[in-house]
Design a protein around this ligand. Structure first.
Ligand code: HEC
Length: 147
């Protein structure tokens, strides 16, 4: 039974990641609706993700124009500890992907000559984690690639 709720909850979380999805209407029981209430509040992780999205949009423009790219945004490191909608998502896979992502992003600033390649491998890391964790935003994330 616990497993069932966990599965159901994960499905709900994935819906919460999909901006265009209408929230499923089959609420059954008080436990589920109280969980669902949380869905309307964005988690610390979801807010960080939105911030990272914006930061990467700006970074992409600067790389394309050949502008200076400044410093690694330290708030990205919050990805390791930010509170998620479902803490069970912070598993071994998440941790590996999170460090891959941070490594790729740090390389942009350490080796700005190859900023474009490092930027795109950072986006690869966003997508790879999302393929497993939260498919909804993938089409949006893919728009960040520098062609
Ligand atoms: C290590 C895994 C991982 C990486 C890397 C990652 N994400 Fe996420 N992302 C998640 C998880 C998990 C959530 C769901 C967070 C929650 O609901 O608490 C999420 C949520 C999101 C959301 C939806 C937030 C909302 O409005 O609910 C967006 C947009 C997003 N990520 C974009 C990105 C972008 C852009 C990158 C790369 C710059 C990225 N993500 C990198 C795991 C990851």
């Amino acid at each position: 039974m616990k497993k069932f709720f966990t599965t159901f909850f994960i499905i709900l979380v994935c819906f919460s990641c999909k901006k265009n999805d209408t929230v499923s209407s089959d609420k059954n029981g008080a436990t589920e609706s109280s969980k669902e209430f949380d869905m309307y509040e964005m988690s610390e992780m979801a807010l960080l993700m939105e911030q990272m999205y914006k930061d990467n949009e700006h970074l992409k423009e600067r790389i394309k124009k050949g502008d200076t790219i400044g410093k690694f945004p330290n708030h990205f490191l919050k990805i390791h500890a930010a509170v998620m909608t479902d803490e069970q998502e912070n598993d071994a896979f998440f941790k590996v992907q999170a460090s891959n992502f941070i490594k790729a992003q740090e390389l942009i600033y350490e080796d700005p000559k190859n900023a474009k390649e490092h930027f795109n491998s950072g986006i690869d890391a966003c997508v790879q984690c999302h393929e497993v964790k939260c498919g909804g935003p993938i089409p949006r994330i893919k728009k960040l690639y520098i062609k």
